[in-house]
Design a protein around this ligand. Structure first.
Ligand SMILES: [Ca+2]
Ligand SMILES: [Ca+2]
Ligand SMILES: [Ca+2]
Ligand SMILES: [Ca+2]
Length: 511
């Protein structure tokens, strides 16, 4: 590049940057509502629930990146029987969300970083050759969505999805709206998520070691496993089953405060004898790590297991030699015998199907729930698709202790609806960003019927104007300017006008 060209470019930047700042600041001052939106797109073909987000329909949905800004671990508070964590920093900084819906069903996609797959939950059994030893410490990856059903304070002070943590919003103590206030725990752990009398919240609680692997558990090739903790640090594991469907009630004096399983039965029974010194079953010849780590009632019924302890079990002890032989397979995979037997949940407890993949440090999880359920005091009802539904997210990376991360604010689920009256300009969203005009279209969702969309460069040059003559809630742009040419890569600004209102935002073009 010649010196003259360099000077020209630098000179241009010096002119453009101040212009862009002036132009952008005008937009920022007129920003949209401060509550972030998760826009659910209506589809006729639902995604396949398999823990793989490559479905074409997921590519059509805008993404909301939730910032995780709260954290807590058992250390320095050590809880008897639950080990002690060390992480007080935020090691899971974000959760990315997408949503789709059909006439009957909501689908949510969540992805988040997590360096290890943890599915030993509260323990798991190791065979010494003559006896069983049990691990201690919570080790189970989890994620939770918390949906207020009727919790009036939720939208004014926000919430913790797993909202029984020590740094709960100060107003939660003084307002007495929800969460812990005057129920100190003798152990030092405030495990008391609850709401006020008559209030209810819905809680969707992913549990990697329990509800998630009920239907199937598979790994792709070899996975890298820590032989001591039995956690996976490399490879790919897919679990298909359920998300534990719970709800939050007023405080009840027990260890779970106001956290309750929905009516029906859960997805686990204990794999241990009455005095907690041995598992009842183990697989005689597990295929691989994840087959060893996930034990289902179906596998027991199919004769894939041997009896390790006869407590409550019909049949005879397989004997130390048989156990040692079976254990050699577990040991070769760095697996342990799990502490739970998985089964199909029933009733309202089983309302949420889930499929998730952990691959080299990233969880990708699909959730599926009917828009309406029959237990209206236990589940949020998506009965009015013109309404916005607030919720918050938390992630638990329990890995030998309690390690919890959550957002201190919340967002609203918005159904991109075909009812024109429900579309307001502040809910317009542009996606995907970055947008590649060579491979797809830029979409504007929630567009009011009379809206005009103008697209500008950063310096304020009008590139294209879109009208909305079809009254469609989604307006598409092919990335071409008024001359029919694909625009240059870079940052662009859109301005949507409807009636006297307008909203502005940014997107990136890549090629
Ligand atoms: Ca983990
Ligand atoms: Ca198995
Ligand atoms: Ca339910
Ligand atoms: Ca529920």
């Amino acid at each position: 590049m010649s010196r003259r060209n360099k000077r020209l470019i630098i000179g241009t930047i010096l002119v453009i940057v101040p212009l862009a700042v002036v132009f952008l600041s005008k937009f920022v001052l007129q920003g949209a509502s401060s509550v972030p939106k998760l826009n659910a797109i209506k589809v006729t073909t639902p995604p396949m629930l398999d823990g793989d987000a490559s479905d074409a329909v997921w590519q059509t949905a805008p993404e909301l990146k939730v910032t995780i800004n709260g954290s807590w671990a058992t250390s320095p508070v050590t809880v008897a029987g639950q080990g002690g964590g060390t992480a007080t920093e935020i090691t899971i900084p974000w959760v990315k969300l997408k949503a789709l819906y059909t006439d009957t069903t909501l689908y949510v996609l969540a992805t988040w970083p997590d360096s290890d797959l943890s599915i030993t939950r509260g323990g798991g059994w190791d065979w010494t050759g003559t006896a069983w030893t049990k691990h201690s410490g919570q080790a189970e990856d989890r994620l939770a969505f918390w949906w207020p059903i009727n919790v009036p304070k939720f939208e004014s002070i926000g919430c913790r999805a797993k909202c029984h943590m020590p740094d709960a919003h100060p107003d939660c103590y003084t307002a007495g709206c929800h969460m812990k206030d005057n129920h100190p725990s003798t152990t030092g752990l405030e495990d008391e998520c609850y709401v006020q009398t008559g209030e209810r919240a819905d809680k969707w609680h992913m549990k990697a070691a329990r509800f998630l692997g009920v239907k199937s558990a598979a790994q792709s090739g070899v996975v890298v496993v820590n032989p001591t903790t039995h956690e996976v640090t490399g490879g790919k594991v897919t679990l298909i089953g359920y998300c534990d469907d719970k709800h939050t009630t007023e405080y009840v004096a027990d260890k779970d405060g106001g956290r309750r399983g929905d009516s029906g039965s859960g997805a686990t029974t204990d794999n241990r004898n009455a005095i907690k010194t041995s598992p009842k079953y183990m697989e005689s010849n597990p295929d691989n790590y994840i087959d060893a780590m996930i034990l289902t009632q179906t596998e027991i019924n199919n004769g894939e297991t041997i009896i390790v302890d006869t407590t409550g079990v019909t049949g005879a002890y397989a004997g130390d030699d048989a156990v040692t032989s079976a254990w050699s397979k577990y040991s070769s995979f760095n697996a342990c015998v799990p502490e739970n037997i998985l089964k199909e949940p029933s009733g309202s407890r089983g309302n949420i199907e889930q499929a998730a993949t952990w691959e080299n440090g990233i969880w990708t999880s699909e959730f599926k729930r009917a828009l309406l359920t029959s237990t209206t005091d236990q589940d949020v009802q998506f009965s009015d698709l013109t309404k916005e539904y607030s919720f918050a997210v938390a992630v638990m990376d329990n890995s030998g202790g309690e390690e919890h991360f959550w957002q201190k604010d919340y967002q609203n689920l918005v159904f991109v609806t075909l009812t024109p009256a429900a579309r307001i300009v502040e809910n317009v969203v542009a996606y995907p960003s970055p947008f590649n005009p060579k491979t797809g279209l830029l979409k504007f969702a929630n567009v009011p019927a009379d809206a005009t969309i103008e697209i500008y460069t950063l310096t304020g040059e009008l590139v294209y104007t879109l009208e909305n003559p079809t009254s469609s809630a989604i307006v598409e742009w092919d990335g071409k300017n008024e001359d029919g040419k694909i625009v240059a890569r870079g940052i662009y600004i859109y301005r949507v006008k409807s009636g006297g209102d307008e909203v502005r935002g940014k997107f990136a073009v890549v090629k």
